[in-house]
Design a protein around this ligand. Structure first.
Ligand SMILES: [Zn+2]
Length: 248
């Protein structure tokens, strides 16, 4: 499932190609035609890819299995094609949980974890009684975090996923903020994690899945202490953690 690093990777690959390209046609029934408009920029907003036009923004959310690639050939699951004066931007989605829509406004979301200062993060979390993992997954609290990077960051910060946010000390919350930034930056540098369908705009997979310390490793030994990693459900999401290293 694409999270912040995967979306950032797609955005970076598109940004090298799209700005300055003019849209010739959009081959999809339910979004209005931006024909003739020139792409100004490509950015990330949380887990959304944002394509800027002079008259608005096109938001693309990859959902579970969405792929946005620069490819002219149609695939079996192609849902939309944006024909440019040079090339084609194609949206494929097997499970159809992704979204494409035009808007002049941003969807309401919390701050970007990579733009938020440690003290500010700690103050926001201190005010919340939710379990820390549920809070990190809440897009109104932070935009861009998902299951993979939440589990990885909590493990690095040695915080139990069920710990109450308000009950954590400022020092531990600042350590969590540092761990979030670290894991996201490392994942971006590795081109994201390709668990199922995720690829960048050139159709290439990321490699960060090979460096997950806890995500998807339940039943295996903790890379730090050797204790067996456990899997529980938090906010209806499978959560892997080390019962020895991660404390409330
Ligand atoms: Zn451990």
């Amino acid at each position: 499932v694409p999270e912040l690093p995967e979306v950032e990777t797609v955005v970076r690959s598109l940004r090298q190609v799209l700005p300055g390209r003019r849209v010739v046609a959009v081959e999809r029934k339910d979004i209005p035609e931006p024909s003739g408009q020139t792409i100004l920029d490509v950015r990330r907003y949380g887990k959304f890819i944002v394509i800027d036009f002079p008259q608005g923004m096109l938001f693309i959310h990859l959902g579970m299995t969405g792929q946005l690639t620069l490819s002219a050939d149609d695939g079996k699951f192609t849902r939309a094609r944006i024909v440019l004066d040079e090339g084609v931007l194609r949206y494929d989605d097997i499970r159809k949980f992704g979204k494409l829509f035009w808007s002049a406004q941003y969807p309401q979301r919390g701050p970007d974890p990579l733009e938020l200062a440690a003290a500010e993060f700690a103050a926001l979390a201190k005010a919340r009684r939710a379990r820390i993992k549920s809070l990190l997954l809440d897009q109104r609290f932070l935009r861009g975090m998902g299951n993979i990077y939440t589990d990885e960051a909590l493990f690095r910060a040695r915080i139990h996923p069920l710990a109450q946010a308000a009950g954590l000390s400022r020092r531990r919350l600042e350590a969590l903020h540092a761990a979030i930034g670290e894991v996201l930056r490392e994942a971006i540098a590795a081109g994201g994690s390709s668990i199922s369908d995720y690829v960048n705009a050139h159709g290439e997979k990321g490699s960060f899945q090979d460096r997950h310390l806890v995500y998807g490793r339940a039943g295996k030994p903790c890379p730090s202490c050797g204790e067996t990693l456990l899997r529980i459900l938090v906010a209806q999401r499978g959560t892997t953690f080390c019962p020895h290293c991660q404390k409330r």
